[in-house]
Design a protein around this ligand. Sequence first.
Ligand code: 13P
Length: 249
Amino acid sequence: MRTKMVAGNWKMNKTLQEGVALATELKEKVANPRCEVVIATPFIHLATVAELLKDSPIRVAAENCADHESGAYTGEVSAAMVASTGATYCIIGHSERRQYYAENYDILRTKTDLCLKNNLRPIFCIGEVKEEREANRQNEVVKAQLEGSVFHLSEADFRRVVLAYEPVWAIGTGLTATPEQAQEMHAFIRSLVEAKYGKAVADDTTILYGGSCNAKNAAELFANPDVDGGLIGGASLKAEDFTTIINAR
Ligand code: 13P
């Protein structure tokens, strides 16, 4: 049985105090979830939030990590440092990292490897931009992203990876993929995993949907057989909305 999951990605929002307040509210509201619940916070929040949530079912993730193990990389935060805070997941390959920080397949492969080496579960993001969808190239795009950065993994390592399909045209735009579009792509992604690692692994792979998923549309998206949960941006910044989404899973 694959893990069902709702993960929040705070992105570059919330001061430390605001983040602690949100995590405190979530801890109260999310005592007994039916799925795995993860919040990805900015680096500076991680240690405090992980400590605050240590007796709660909510897990903590970083939004990124460095592509080097340690050393003279001013301003960077390594996977080992992330793990030392108590975080257990790390988002890798978010489209905003690919687009604004030029993170290519090789960099993301290295980051994935470093997460796994440091016992962090990567939440690996894939998805096409609007022009690629309009040209009906979305399948080849996500295939190349998987082949470029995660399909080199051993079966045991790949089993630790959570995939998140986030069509870039749906992120922060209010243009959610339709449930049919989401299901079609998730089924395609699962077929790629099956071709690479076999049916048992594909059946166990958690594939999240992200992109304008909110309290109103989450249940409809999660009702699809290959949509195992969501990676939530804007709607994860309000405890009530995020809790509604968790309860829809
Ligand atoms: P929104 O939910 O704000 O569209 O963001 C999705 C996302 O990028 C999650 O990683």
